[in-house]
Write a protein that binds this ligand. Structure first.
Ligand SMILES: Nc1ncnc2c1ncn2[C@@H]1O[C@H](COP(=O)(O)OP(=O)(O)OP(=O)(O)O)[C@@H](O)[C@H]1O
Ligand SMILES: [Mg+2]
Length: 581
């Protein structure tokens, strides 16, 4: 029922490994914690001595205990300061490491991973799950040690004072243990559920923020808000349920403590009156139990911390241990693409392993050829482009560049030699210059300007008050669709690739500018292989060869005029634009 409640056994081991990776820091924290806890257990004993002295009327001997209390308090204060600093440091250093590892690993992972997981889930794992581990290691573990030290020393002191009263006092403990055993697993299940809902909420907020334009244009604000409200309500209810359970668990632990105190009053009182023990002994026992009150309550709290950390560890390692499907083979090499010949040999590809998008595709693009891929939407054009870049690997068949299987290239070497403009333009929240020089940070401004001119965006950039230093928003909000497309063309040209792939890259650019861009590109790219994915007639007329893809297969190919005359699908696709021909 609860996917995240089924924690595999090895998760505990992974958490332990994380804990042990900070053993030096933890040792210091734990030594300081022990000092703080140990001193706490001395106070009731000192009070016992003081009460007994008072009872005997020896007021003059009390000053020794008074001074001792002050000295111990100072030592405890210093140790406590050190303990807090070290525990925070330990926790933060784990946060630092985990977030770094998650980020680095996300970079390694293939696109397939991101198709399967929602971004909200990734964000939640890098934020709140990491925090759960921090709390457990930074505060949970010292707190557990505090509890152990307090218990061991308190019970030792109590045994020194009176064995019988100690046994009576501890008679409540089995009940407490039973209570914890029953209530905590339930609590843990609730926590895991509210975590999940929290991730879904994060995703919903992110979607609303990124899709705000669509939401507003379609007047879907209310619809999304009500969806979000229902998630919010779900979280609210789940969190309330968790809180109610917590509100029962913690005070119940307190009741056991006060019940124990009542027993001490009654039984200890009787024995004090009969002269078996002193009044100071009864006072000391009462204080011990009161002192132990907090640690006892903290047992449950720490079990929860531990459970949360286990859930978090599992969720974080789901990311850290995800294997990149597309990765360098052991014998991958840096191979220079000299000619730019591209060949698909019987390529079968499916995103989900079930529905095949490409079914035995054979395709050859000659060096220096300018080819257009066209065809109905969803026919697999972008997929073909992504396979050349090895953003995914085909299930069957091979893709060769200059006769070499793309799998033999180092991924970095392959991708650096192919300039690809993706269908969905992404600009970084940075200057225009840095967005263009993105793949090559040391580029001179002259080079940036050169490619901007080729992409026909230079004039526009120059017209901006800050020119190339203009910042573009998170998703380039200050630029129009066409401007962003041209910026990303410039970015792809920057790396001076042997092969360039433009996926619907001028769909938002006006026809005249588009023609000018392709004119510049064909001149500039003489000798380079260019794949243009487009539905636009002016572009289709420019290219050497048009390949029509339908349902993942090549249905026809040829020049524009050939296809319009002899083609079957092609004329249908471009019927609406026929008058333009
Ligand atoms: N990341 C993905 N995960 C799962 N399925 C996908 C993914 N990307 C594309 N698809 C599916 O694969 C098929 C081919 O998609 P592709 O993007 O290659 O089409 P396309 O020809 O580029 O279409 P368009 O002209 O609309 O850009 C479609 O059915 C699409 O739904
Ligand atoms: Mg596409």
């Amino acid at each position: 029922m609860l996917p995240q409640n089924n924690i595999p056994k090895d998760v505990g081991r992974k958490l332990l490994k994380l804990v042990l990776s900070r053993w030096k820091l933890l040792t210091v924290t734990l030594i300081l914690t022990s000092i703080v806890s140990y001193i706490s257990t001395i106070f009731p004993y000192l009070t016992r001595e003081a009460v007994n002295l008072l009872y005997a009327g020896k007021i003059e001997d009390i000053w020794f205990y008074a001074v001792l209390v002050v000295v111990l308090t100072i030592i405890q204060g210093l140790a406590s300061y050190g303990k807090n600093v070290f525990s925070e440091y330990t926790g933060q250093s784990i946060v630092y490491e985990l977030r770094n590892r998650i980020y680095a690993h996300l970079n390694e992972l293939s696109l397939g991973f991101f198709d399967r997981i929602e971004s909200g889930q990734i964000i939640a794992r890098a934020t709140s799950d990491v925090e759960d581990i921090r709390r457990f290691i930074g505060f949970g573990i010292p707190s557990i040690l505090n509890i152990i030290v307090m218990f061991v020393f308190s019970i030792a002191m109590m045994l020194i004072i009176d064995v019988e009263l100690t046994l009576v006092t501890l008679s409540m403990f089995p009940l407490m243990v039973l209570f914890v055993r029953y209530s905590i697993p339930k609590y843990r299940a609730y926590v895991a559920m509210s975590r999940n809902i929290y991730s879904e909420m994060t995703t919903a907020v992110k979607e609303a923020a990124t899709g705000i334009k669509v939401i507003k244009s379609y007047v879907l604000g209310d619809y999304f808000a009500s969806n979000f409200r229902s998630k919010l309500l779900e979280y609210f209810n789940m969190d309330m349920k968790t809180s109610k359970l917590r509100a029962i668990i913690w005070p119940s632990m307190g009741w056991f403590v006060y019940l124990t105190i009542a027993i001490i009053y009654w039984y200890g009182g009787l024995r004090a009156i009969s002269g078996d023990i002193t009044i100071g002994d009864v006072v000391a026992f009462t204080l011990y139990i009161l002192f132990l009150n907090r640690p006892i309550m903290l047992i449950g709290y720490n079990i929860v911390r531990y459970q949360r950390a286990l859930v978090a560890t599992k969720r974080i390692f789901d990311i850290l241990e995800a294997e990149p499907e597309v990765r360098d083979l052991p014998d991958a090499e840096d191979i220079e693409i000299k000619r730019g010949n591209i060949r698909f040999e019987n390529v079968w590809f499916s995103y989900d392993g079930k529905n095949y998008v490409l079914k035995g595709l054979n395709l050859e693009i000659k060096p220096g050829e300018i080819v257009a891929l066209t065809g109905p939407t969803g026919s697999g054009k972008s997929t073909i482009a992504q396979l050349i870049m090895r953003l995914y690997d085909p299930q069957k068949g091979r893709i060769l560049i200059d006769g070499v299987d793309v799998k033999r290239f180092k991924l970095e070497s392959l991708r650096r030699q192919i300039g690809m403009v993706h269908q969905d333009v992404f600009l970084f929240p940075d200057t225009i210059r840095n967005n263009i020089a993105f793949g090559a940070p040391d580029t001179s401004i002259e080079d940036v300007v050169r490619v901007a001119k080729l992409a026909h965006i230079h004039d526009f950039i120059s017209s901006l008050p800050k020119g190339y230093d203009t910042n573009v928003g998170e998703r380039g909000v200050t630029l129009s669709g066409g401007q962003r497309q041209r910026l990303s063309i410039a970015r792809a040209l920057m790396i001076n690739p042997k092969i360039i792939i433009l996926d619907d890259s001028t769909s938002q650019v006006d026809a005249k500018t588009e023609a000018a861009i392709y004119d510049a590109l064909t001149k500039h790219f003489r000798g380079k292989t260019v794949i243009v994915i487009t539905q636009r007639i002016p572009t289709l007329k420019l290219v050497d060869r048009i390949i029509v893809i339908s349902d993942g297969e090549i249905v026809e190919e040829g020049s524009f005029s050939d296809l319009i005359e002899k083609g079957k699908l092609f004329p249908k696709l471009f019927k609406a634009g026929r008058e333009e021909i």
